[in-house]
Design a protein around this ligand. Structure first.
Ligand SMILES: Nc1ncnc2c1ncn2[C@@H]1O[C@H](COP(=O)(O)OP(=O)(O)OP(=O)(O)O)[C@@H](O)[C@H]1O
Ligand SMILES: [Mg+2]
Length: 292
């Protein structure tokens, strides 16, 4: 029999339980791990938090790269600013002791602290078919996604439909997720942002190919105008209170702002060129010749 310090009293080897602390700033704190997300390159985890909501969490220390978390937060805030529909998101707290406690996470190089949480949409379908997208009956919404992705240099959605969520509500909704590869990717440096802001290269992959036939008429104008009206102050306002532990200091912030401001001036030309070749139903010339 195990005894403590030779005494005859048996040791009670009860597994220590993780107890979430209450965050003084009101940041949601992890309570229970539910499961890893299938097919997530960054090994995102579905976790229940003490605000009673479930979030898909991306972690500091994920193997995709250190910029995944700031990319997610900044792109999501920018989407809100531009009126592009994005899933609800929060900075959340997952302490190291929580990570160490769950084998699924403990074997990853995740680092405890503040993480990026995307509200979990239980009924959502990723990779929606054309039939589903058609139900949205909103060609301009699809246009706004193309404009937004060009602004933030997000090639990942143009080819992968699983970076949007389709929700079969009344009316149905489409929400953007996964901006880990935006800007210059999950490992960008200030130098890379400065060197590669321009040109705004045209994006076109499998997911855009599905959207293209539904994009009829003038689907880009409104979102292009919104993008072109972006000012430095707007971008500064979305950079405030990024967790310091994510390594986005003044230099990184100003490089990102310059990157976005440089691109906003060239998005229209790229979209115009792209729409002639790839989104023919959005092209005025095509519509006129078709009608005649
Ligand atoms: N908030 C959410 N609600 C419901 N499902 C989600 C949510 N976030 C992500 N998912 C699902 O999990 C999958 C992986 O998420 P996400 O694409 O953000 O991860 P990732 O690690 O960036 O993956 P990758 O880089 O390989 O695309 C999504 O394709 C989607 O199916
Ligand atoms: Mg993805």
């Amino acid at each position: 029999m195990n005894t403590a310090f030779g005494s005859s009293k048996p040791i009670n080897w009860v597994k220590r339980r993780y107890r979430p602390i209450v965050d003084p700033a009101g940041v949601p704190v992890a309570v229970t791990q539910i499961c890893p997300m299938q097919g997530s390159g960054s090994k995102a985890q579905l976790i229940l938090f003490d605000d009673g909501r479930k979030y898909v969490v991306k972690f500091k220390g994920n193997t995709q790269g250190p910029r995944v978390l700031p990319n997610e937060l900044i792109a999501s805030r920018l989407a809100v600013l531009l009126g592009v529909p994005v899933g609800e998101f929060e900075v959340v707290r997952v302490p190291q002791v929580f990570i160490d406690f769950e084998p699924d996470m403990a074997r990853r190089p995740f680092v405890g602290g503040l993480q990026f949480g995307s509200l979990f949409y239980e009924k959502a379908v990723a990779s929606p078919t054309q039939t589903r997208l058609e139900k949205l009956n909103n060609p301009s919404l699809l246009g706004s996604i193309v404009v937004f992705d060009h602004l933030i240099n997000n090639w990942d959605r143009s080819c992968h439909g699983d970076n949007v969520l389709f929700i079969e509500d009344t009316p149905p909704r489409l929400l953007l997720i996964d901006h880990g590869h935006a800007f210059m990717g999950p490992e960008w440096t200030v130098e890379e942002l400065r060197r590669n802001a321009l040109p705004v290269k045209p994006l076109f992959g499998n997911f855009y190919r599905i959207m293209a036939p539904l994009m009829i008429g003038d689907v880009f104008s409104e979102s292009l105008e919104r993008v072109e009206s972006l000012q430095r102050e707007h971008l500064e306002s979305i950079m405030v209170d990024i967790p310091l532990e994510w390594g986005i200091y003044e230099e990184e912030q100003s490089a990102l702002i310059d990157f976005i401001l440089a691109r906003k001036g060239q998005v229209r030309a790229t979209i115009n060129e792209l729409s002639r070749k790839r989104f023919p139903k959005t092209c005025a010339d095509y519509i006129e010749s078709y009608v005649i």
